[in-house]
Design a protein around this ligand. Structure first.
Ligand code: GAP
Length: 465
């Protein structure tokens, strides 16, 4: 949906603030703007850029690597660490190829594609709005017949490159959990209902990667496979996970009006799935899927039991029988979630400085747990050793508790830089600090500044992050 207003006005009635902001007309943000900021500030770079890049692969820069880790930590903390019914897991990217035969990926994990005979461009058939005319060169009736294209990336294992060494880079992390189900429940001493969580790389040879890091060929997934006994409470478990995921996005500040939980109709779900909800975010180009939550029944475990001949059932104390549990899956893309945080947090607004000069600022209103830097410490002047030394000492003292950074230079420019990377608090050391031990703390969203005693800084930041 082009032209979605993604910039909000600023509450300009806060006239007692040193810097006062005036509201701006709502203005849509483009993916180009997000990508430009991501590159300029070191969040995301094109992979192998010096060689012209490679389609569908991206690198996370110094700030991006930290932010992505924060997104993963936020998911892991809430999904695993805060729960006693979920255990963690970390399986290999390359698995026995029989895994992908059994799971159905070899036979059915494909997209339909067509080529334009004139301009040679390739398209996903289901992405074409009009199949009679090429959207790139405008030629009419130039498409080849649609044909299936398997999305799994292939490699070979061992010194011989023949069919016996063929292996796949996993297109989802979940299968590592399914094939290990018995190992996991035995060693973790769990019985359904319980969950297994994993964050890891997945690969898909997408026909048309695009929309920055939204559709890529190498990405990370955060998957939660929750196993429940077949005792009539499975739909409750499904709805509980949907609610938990709603709460997760809300906790980290994603704007509710740009998030929707789309309930899949029976004809939109795989035949074995009893229920499905797609979590979607309103990106500059329209709604895009961030996560899928699905009730997958016994499909996955039964497929592996059939193919391997191994028993993956558990002993159910209630029925006194070996049972195959039902599966509720929540599968989120980390790269898409991070992109969502960037788009959702991005705002441009006019602000008026104390001299009445109008300037535009770009600000990322990231949640403090997601922001790559939580507190930036500045020295008012870079050529005053007593100020620099004091500021650096404060930054070092904050470092064990917060993601802190020291910088020096023109304070206005420093604020601008920290606004753009989403730093919630900036702390400035000036001559008053030397006299009475107070520092200026400037809050990102309101631009409000207040003086805080240096020895109260830790508590001040703890309360606000
Ligand atoms: N195990 C279930 C599963 O993999 P999926 O809907 O195919 O389900 C789950 O993928 C999530 O993985 C998606 O919602 C998306 O966030 C992420 N994802 C899938 N393909 C992706 C791609 N090409 N680029 C980035 N993220 C992708």
């Amino acid at each position: 949906m082009a032209g979605t207003p993604l910039s909000r006005g600023f509450p300009w009635h806060l006239s007692n603030y040193r810097t006062m902001a005036a509201p701006t007309a709502e203005r849509p943000v483009s993916m180009e703007e997000i990508a430009a900021l991501a590159k300029r500030r070191g969040f995301i770079f094109q992979s192998s850029e010096i060689y012209g890049g490679i389609g569908g692969f991206w690198d996370y820069g110094p700030l991006g690597a930290v932010m992505k880790r924060n997104v993963k930590n936020a998911w892991w903390h809430d999904t695993v660490e805060l729960r006693d019914d979920v255990v963690g897991f970390d399986s290999s990217i390359i698995m026995h190829p029989a895994t992908w035969e059994a799971s159905g990926h070899v036979a059915a994990f494909h997209d339909s594609m067509v080529d334009c005979r004139v301009c040679k461009h390739r398209f996903r058939y289901d992405h074409l709005k009009d199949t009679s005319r090429c959207p790139d060169c405008g030629s009419a009736n130039s498409f080849t017949e649609p044909r299936n294209f398997n999305l799994m990336l292939k490699t070979s294992v061992g010194p011989m490159e023949d069919t016996s060494s063929l292996a796949y880079l996993r297109p989802e992390t979940a299968q590592g959990i399914f094939v290990n189900f018995k190992n996991i429940y035995q060693t973790a001493r769990k019985r359904p209902p319980f969950g297994v969580a994993q964050i890891g790389k997945a690969f898909r040879n997408e026909i048309t990667p695009g929309n920055f890091t939204f559709r890529v060929r190498e990405f990370e997934q955060a998957e939660l496979e929750y196993f429940v006994p077949d005792d009539g409470h499975d739909m409750e478990a499904f709805h509980e996970w949907v609610e938990r995921r709603k709460a997760w996005y809300a906790n980290y500040g994603i704007k509710p009006e740009r998030l929707r939980f789309y309930e899949l109709k029976p004809e939109e779900r795989p035949h074995y799935a009893k229920a499905g909800v797609d979590v979607e975010y309103l990106f500059p180009w329209g709604w895009g899927e961030l996560e899928s939550i699905a009730h997958r029944g016994t499909y996955d475990l039964e497929a592996h039991m059939r193919a391997s001949g191994k028993d993956l059932r558990f002993f159910d104390e209630a029925t006194k029988r070996r049972e195959t549990p039902l599966l509720i899956e929540s599968s989120a893309g980390i790269d898409r979630t991070m992109l969502t945080f960037l788009v959702d947090a991005y705002e441009r607004e006019m602000s008026t400085d104390p001299n009445g000069k109008e300037t535009e600022r770009t600000v990322l209103r990231l949640h403090p747990k997601i922001a790559p830097v939580q507190a930036a410490v500045f020295s008012l002047a870079r050529n005053k050793p007593e100020l620099v030394g004091r500021a650096q000492a404060i930054e070092r003292a904050l470092r064990p508790h917060f993601r802190a950074q020291y910088d020096e230079g023109n304070i206005g420019q420093l604020y601008r830089r920290q606004d753009e990377i989403g730093t919630p608090f900036c702390i400035t050391v000036d001559y008053e600090t030397l006299e009475n031990g107070s520092v200026t703390v400037r809050e990102r969203d309101t631009m409000r500044q207040e003086r805080i005693a240096e020895n109260h800084l830790l508590q001040y930041l703890e309360e606000r992050t």
